[in-house]
Ligand binder design. Structure first.
Ligand code: GDP
Ligand code: ZN
Length: 306
């Protein structure tokens, strides 16, 4: 009976259930209703598994214990990420701390590259700006001035910054990534106060099982704003690729491509390299260039030992 179908979104999949968020008529504090849908029997004709982030049609099943539903169909995906496994993502919010912990800007670059490879726009937040002087915070953000990535110094404890971040998230689905200790949970709780509570509920359920693995989960900030925390995301280095491909992810180099003496210049050691000249002339950020060189070396040595 199609007419009773509702459209919702899978926000987590766990223990044989998919949890589907549906905008409710009597929305409590802007929060959607969550329907528990049994995973059994949900297989797409093309053999793909449902993903967190999928928009689905569900049919409510009357039940006195709560909101139960059945997934009846899938809406087309805008995109799907492999790491983390999630669909329909609009942007990645990559968080580092200005200090405590000190940021590794090579790691920052590999995060950015991972996202660029999956065509996901990146916003970079340097959190804990209260721990550094303002000039330093601004200079960190300026490193990315020509990179195509927007970077902002922020503090999770600053109301105005939290408002700005909420504005960035509004109406979009964002994934939140970054090493541990930089303030991701604090930010998540500042923009979405219900988030930690939900996480607690899930871990209680999980403790009855053997393992307490954290699963991908979308937090509904509001009806159309979703945020996904990506635990353990920092463990990955620069994605595997041909070292010669790396420069594609450094937009600052683009104006100089083709002006080097050698075709296929790697911009690392060749004479008359236009990119290196631009670095000396202060036209290309030295920090970004040095990170490029160390990632290039890493990819080269990986290739050698394969
Ligand atoms: P996560 O591991 O990335 O989720 O980091 P947490 O949210 O757990 O934060 C790590 C520590 O940094 C906690 O002690 C937070 O209170 C602290 N913290 C988070 N944001 C800020 C900030 O803007 N300024 C300062 N000074 N500390 C912060
Ligand atoms: Zn060159």
């Amino acid at each position: 009976q199609r007419c009773s179908d509702m459209t919702g979104r899978i926000i987590r999949g766990i223990g044989g259930f998919y949890y589907v968020a549906v905008a409710s008529s009597g929305m409590t504090e802007g929060q959607p209703d969550i329907y528990e849908c049994h995973a059994r029997g949900i297989f797409r004709k093309d053999g793909k598994k449902p993903l967190v982030g999928d928009y689905v049609e569900i049919e409510p099943v009357p039940d006195e214990h709560g909101l139960i539903g059945r997934i009846e169909g899938f809406l087309p995906r805008k995109n799907e990420l492999i790491r983390p496994a999630v669909s329909n993502v609009d942007q990645a919010i990559v968080v580092f701390a200005i200090r405590s912990p000190e940021p590794s800007l090579v790691l920052t670059d590999s995060f950015i590259i991972q996202m660029m490879m999956q065509d996901i726009p990146v916003i970079l937040l340097f959190n804990k700006k209260d721990l550094a002087d303002k000039d330093y915070a601004v200079s960190l953000a300026e490193i990315y001035g020509d990179s195509g990535v927007k970077a902002y110094p922020v503090s999770a404890r600053d109301e105005e910054d939290v408002r700005m971040i909420k504005g960035m998230l509004d109406g979009r689905t964002s994934i939140l990534a970054g090493p541990s200790g930089v303030g991701k949970s604090t930010l998540l709780n500042a923009v979405c106060p219900g988030a930690s509570m939900e996480t607690g509920e899930i871990s209680k359920k999980l403790k009855r099982g053997k393992h307490t693995t954290r699963h991908s989960e979308l937090f509904a900030v509001s009806e159309d704003t979703y945020l996904m925390d990506t635990p353990g995301f920092s463990a990955f280095g620069v994605p595997d690729m041909d070292p010669e491909e790396l420069k594609v992810y450094y937009r600052e180099f683009f104006p100089y491509e083709g002006s080097c003496r050698f075709n296929g210049c790697s911009h690392t050691h060749e004479p008359d390299c236009a990119v290196r000249h631009a670095v000396y002339a202060g036209e290309v950020n030295r920090n970004r260039y040095e990170n490029y060189c160390s990632l290039y070396d890493e990819l080269r040595s990986r290739k050698r030992y394969r």
